[in-house]
Every structure is written in structure tokens, then in C-alpha cells.
Ligand binder design. Structure first.
Ligand SMILES: [Zn+2]
Length: 225
């Protein structure tokens, strides 16, 4: 395959046909209750329901507690955080060219990968052999989830696909690729300006290994259903 020299038309990759249809994916859940003598109600006997659900793909389980069991997430003033972080933001238009890294020329001579408004560059704090950051747009320092349009998302994902293809061609051992996002501080983003993070490693993460062991047919069936 010829190495992509540009993100031609920002075209989405071809999809392979779905296989593995016909079997059933079980959405398993079980409900339990705990009993204790509750000091908040004169040590009367109290019953506390809870539910365990299993992921039909990986069999990982999670526990659901009744509403009000835990304090609600703290609300954050995104407008105030945006105004506070914008003056020094390295991903904004005024600084992105001078303050973000460039890709090594043997991988991508242009230094950064662009599609639409999206721009991809190496992560200054690498956590993989090949580690990237891609912003939806240098002009969008604040981008709420309900403002994220299909084209902004598609263009940003395409920079990640292009980066991954270039890495795998240049360094075939780094075939374990992932694209991740923490959208704004409420989901744990360390830099406010909305962005994706990509990585390519010679070894899988735990979840990549678990998914790979399932086989592609099972994963595709899960996604389609
Ligand atoms: Zn910014």
C-alpha cells in the first residue's frame, strides 16, 4: 500500500461486511440486597438493593447503586474554565504552530496531519512509542458535547486514522492502535482545549488484549447490535 501523503478528501475507511450474525448476545443482570441495622433510623433493619450487570462482550461486571447512594458529580462552570485557560492554551490558533511538537520527518514530512479544521501532532508527554494529540479545531477552545458536529468528529478521527496508517507502515511492530478522548475537565481532560489522543504500541493494553482474544466476528456482532 502506498503511503498516504495527504488526507485525500478526508474519506472514511472502507467497512468490512458484518459477520457472526445469528447468535444471541445476553444482557445479564442480577439484583441483590444488603441488610443492616441502620443508625439513621433507630437501628431498624434496613434493606439496600443493588444490581450487577455483565458486559456481554468482555464479561466485565459493574455495580449499580440506587439513586442518591453517592453524592452527585460536582457541576463545573465551563465558561469560566474556558476564559481562565484560553490565554496560555498551546492548542489555540495563536500558539499551536509554535508550541506543539512536529512529527518526525521520516513518518510525516509535513510535521502535522490536517483534515478540515482538525490538526494532529505528537503528544509532548508520550505514553506510547507513537503518541498523538489531535484537536477538533484550533479555534474551538470550548466545544461542548452538544456542539460537536459529525464533520468535526469525522475530520478529527480521520487525522487519527491517517496517523495510525502512517505509523503502522513505518513501524509495523507498533500495530496496537487506540484513539481515546477525555472531553473537557468533567471527564478528566488535563488540557481544557477539546482533543483526541492516539497511541500505537508493540504490545496491547489489557482491554485491547481481551478484545483481540474474542475474535473480530464477535466484536463486530456486538457493535452492530
Ligand atoms: Zn485552546
Amino acid at each position: 500500500m502506498a503511503r498516504p501523503r495527504a488526507v485525500a478528501g478526508c474519506r472514511a475507511p472502507d467497512r468490512r461486511p458484518v459477520s457472526g450474525k445469528g447468535s444471541q448476545l445476553e444482557l445479564r443482570r442480577e439484583q441483590f440486597s444488603a441488610e443492616l441495622l441502620d443508625p439513621r433510623h433507630g437501628f431498624d433493619r434496613g434493606r439496600f438493593p443493588l444490581e450487577v450487570r455483565w458486559d456481554p462482550l468482555t464479561d466485565q461486571s459493574c455495580r449499580l447503586l440506587p439513586a442518591s447512594s453517592l453524592p452527585p458529580p460536582e457541576l463545573q462552570d465551563l465558561d469560566a474554565l474556558s476564559a481562565e485557560t484560553k490565554p496560555g492554551c498551546p492548542f489555540c490558533t495563536e500558539r499551536i504552530e509554535s508550541e506543539t511538537p512536529r512529527i518526525v520527518p521520516e513518518l510525516w514530512p509535513e510535521g502535522r496531519i490536517r483534515c478540515g479544521e482538525a490538526v494532529l501532532f505528537p503528544n509532548l508527554v508520550p505514553y506510547a512509542n507513537w503518541s498523538s494529540v489531535s484537536v477538533y479545531s484550533p479555534r474551538l477552545h470550548l466545544l461542548r458535547l452538544d456542539e460537536l458536529t459529525p464533520s468535526l468528529l469525522a475530520d478529527n478521527l480521520m487525522t487519527q486514522v491517517t496517523f495510525a496508517r502512517a505509523v503502522v507502515e513505518h513501524d509495523p511492530s507498533s500495530r496496537w492502535v487506540s484513539v481515546n478522548a477525555n472531553q473537557l475537565p468533567p471527564s478528566g481532560s488535563s488540557i481544557f482545549h477539546p482533543h483526541l489522543q492516539g497511541s500505537a504500541n508493540p504490545t496491547p493494553t489489557t482491554v485491547q488484549r481481551l478484545l483481540a482474544e474474542l475474535g473480530p466476528a464477535h466484536v463486530r456482532e456486538y457493535i452492530e447490535r
